[in-house]
Design a protein around this ligand. Structure first.
Ligand code: NAD
Length: 245
């Protein structure tokens, strides 16, 4: 029996590295992304993957993703809610459209995908892994929408873990520190990059693979007694009180 993971936001960055590690460990992966062009390219270079061009914030898309995955693999053993967007700015610059854009993907998407996969995950006693951020653990300027959406993902993790435990479904959360991806490089100014280097005990950004190692571990049987946990994979940032601009 081959296990099947759904990874959202799988076309690049942390989602793509997570896909590759699942594949290396013998899983099949349904790669969901709304960027059809980038997804077709990376999925075409891999075996045992199903490219699913869908938007996590659209309920019809999410239901179709579950149907397409079950038609393909017959099972869902893990759901990695990784798709995310980041928009930074002072509170005054957060117009309501921007606020909603961030919430729709980062928060609504996690709720919709988890709800839609729940029945299939009960069958396998599977796992959900949500990607939050250190910005959801600690407040800093410029991140009122992003940080709030990620704090809500942390609470969603605990809510789902409490409710799904009786079905053997484990729900955990990884809170990444900074990783050089398209998402972070669009919002990290040189000032923010320097501040992270100074504030992180390991004095560097993480890599996509360093995140993937923890994500895949928490989805695996090796973590069979771990649920409702928030794991900061951040070079020690959260353990210090050093602030950011
Ligand atoms: P990325 O931009 O490299 O990749 C994100 C992927 O998600 C893209 O392929 C994008 O097309 C897809 N996506 C975005 N919105 C979507 C939607 N509504 N439906 C379907 N697909 C969608 O980003 P990344 O840095 O790899 O980030 C992955 C996750 O990690 C995000 O949730 C992000 O908030 C979180 N995170 C990243 C960092 C960092 O420094 N890179 C730090 C903390 C948390």
């Amino acid at each position: 029996m081959t296990k099947c993971a759904i990874v959202t936001g799988a076309a690049r960055g942390i989602g793509l590295a997570t896909t590759d590690l699942f594949l290396k460990e013998g899983w099949q992966v349904a790669m969901l992304d709304r960027d059809g062009e980038e997804l077709a390219k990376v999925a075409g270079e891999r075996q045992n993957v199903l490219p699913v061009v869908r938007d996590v914030s659209n309920p019809q898309d999410v239901n179709a993703m579950v149907r397409e995955t079950l038609d393909w693999s017959g099972r869902i053993d893990a759901l990695v809610n990784n798709a995310g967007v980041a928009e930074f700015g002072p509170v005054a610059d957060h117009d309501f459209t921007m606020w909603r854009r961030v919430m729709e993907t980062n928060l609504d998407g996690v709720f919709l995908c988890t709800q839609a996969c729940a029945e299939a995950l009960k069958e396998t006693r599977g796992a959900v892994l949500n990607i939050a951020s250190i910005s959801g653990l600690r407040a800093s300027t410029l991140r009122v929408a992003y940080g709030t959406s990620k704090a809500a993902v942390i609470q969603l993790t605990k809510q789902f873990a409490a409710e799904f435990g009786e079905y053997g479904i484990r729900v955990n959360c990884v809170a990444p520190g900074p990783v050089k991806t398209k998402l972070s490089m669009a919002v990290h100014s040189p000032e923010i990059i320097k501040a992270y280097h100074d504030a992180i005990p390991l004095n560097r950004y993480g890599s996509e693979d360093e995140l993937a190692q923890v994500i895949v571990f928490l989805c695996s049987e090796k973590a069979s007694y771990v649920t409702g946990q928030i794991v900061a994979v951040d070079g020690g940032f959260e353990s210090t009180g050093v602030g950011l601009p």
